[in-house]
Ligand binder design. Structure first.
Ligand code: NAD
Length: 379
């Protein structure tokens, strides 16, 4: 049995990534699956159609027929309303759905009776690590954040000893030492900066130090369930602010990556703290999409306040689309293995822990409880 997998071109503004790259498609084809790819789906990520054809994919110029004949549709971002309408009931759709912000599309997925999986809902368990697109894409974002910070700084990051004198290294402060933060720390460290990291989860301290950076210690441990952080109490927030204010005033680049799932991003860099920063310094706020870690961040904009540059870039993984797509593809390949039985047919009972957790809609129902509650406005 072969499974028919479709890869549409992403259509969200500014999106350059593609869900499957030729290297992974070659393996899927070898395993007996039929992979069909919309024409120029990978072009913006550096994967031309010829590479897909060589890997054994069929290039389909027309999106509607691509979707209509698919058993599984794989995407980076959620399908549009038109795409959902063009997809046959019962088809499996796998993507980063960003469900809480796309309730209209989730309603259409439900009404069209599509079986949809939201990759952001994958449980953060060891077995799911190879499928964890949040982690792989956060790695890309953290790397880009360090480069963007360096790019906007009118200084060198490393110490330099030259005939024109010795240049002191710049200081980079990374707030939030999860996947993105740790990659930002290691990248800034490799570029020669003096790096400090901070996170409310005490477990992050060891990881920060292992990358050659200093960990800012606060007598708080806010590790919640599933490896994520919990929200801080008002008193804890106050203590955090006092400690951070000093470190922020000393920094040349501040990279913020702090998030608490399902909530607005914590406000870590207040306006008064920015006032204390030196002209020429830079803030790169990776939490811009979830409200921002800096009070002055404007999503997708560059804000200048008395010489301090504040950037709130959105969709950084798209800026490194080649490797972001490759990593996304490998995650998808691992996820797809859960959907196919040893006899090559599709799984129909989603009892596996990973599938059960990420299942969003099925048979005309929104299966994921928190999303269903959001849609009905209930609790
Ligand atoms: P995230 O994007 O939700 O948050 C980023 C970081 O912000 C986290 O480290 C969080 O602790 C931190 N943070 C939240 N509030 C803060 C505050 N007020 N001040 C400072 N920092 C704050 O998290 P993420 O990077 O996706 O993952 C976090 C952790 O989850 C990882 O470091 C890892 O330990 C774990 N994880 C496990 C798996 C797995 O086992 N499959 C996969 C990925 C991540």
């Amino acid at each position: 049995m072969t499974i028919s997998i479709a890869v549409p071109k992403e259509v969200a503004p500014g999106e350059r990534r593609v869900a499957l790259v030729p290297e992974v498609i070659q393996k899927l084809v070898k395993a007996g699956h039929a992979v069909r790819v919309e024409a120029s789906a990978g072009a913006l990520a550096g994967y031309p159609d010829e590479g897909y054809a060589t890997a054994g994919a069929t290039i389909v110029p027309d999106r509607s027929s691509l979707l209509r004949d698919a058993q599984v549709v794989v995407r980076v971002g959620p399908p549009t309303i038109e795409e959902i309408a063009a997809t046959a009931p019962g088809t499996i759709v796998v993507a980063l759905m960003n469900a809480s912000r796309n309730l209209d599309r989730i309603a259409r997925l439900r009404d069209q009776k599509l079986t949809s999986f939201a990759l952001e809902l994958l449980p953060r368990i060891t077995r799911a690590q190879s499928m964890d697109v949040l982690s792989s894409q956060a790695t890309v974002a953290g790397y880009r954040a360090a480069l963007i910070g360096a790019d906007h700084l009118p200084k060198f990051l490393p110490m330099l000893t030259t005939a024109a004198g010795t240049i002191r290294p710049s200081r980079v402060l990374v707030l939030g030492a999860g996947v993105a933060g740790l990659t930002a720390i290691s990248t800034a460290h490799r570029l020669g900066a003096i790096v400090e990291g901070y996170d409310v989860r005490r477990a992050a301290g060891e990881q920060v130090r292992s990358l050659g950076a200093k960990f800012l210690e606060l007598a708080i441990n806010a590790e919640g369930s599933g490896g994520y952080a919990r929200e801080l109490t008002a008193e804890e927030k106050q203590k955090e602010q006092e400690m951070l204010a000093g470190a922020i005033a000393e920094a040349d680049v501040v990279i913020t990556t702090a998030n608490v799932p399902g909530r607005r991003a914590p406000l870590l860099v207040r306006k008064e703290m920015v006032d204390r920063m030196r002209p020429g310094t830079v803030i790169v706020d990776l939490a811009a999409e979830s409200g921002g870690n800096c009070e002055l961040t404007k999503p997708d904009q560059v804000v200048e306040v008395h010489g301090v540059t504040i950037l709130g870039p959105l969709n950084l993984p798209s800026q490194l689309a080649f490797h972001a797509s490759l990593m996304f593809s490998k995650n998808l390949q691992a996820f797809l293995q859960l959907l196919v039985k040893p006899d090559g047919t599709l799984v129909t009972e989603f009892s596996d822990e990973i599938l059960a957790a990420s299942l969003l809609t099925k048979d005309g129902t929104v299966v994921h409880r928190p999303t269903a509650d959001l849609m009905t406005g209930g609790k």
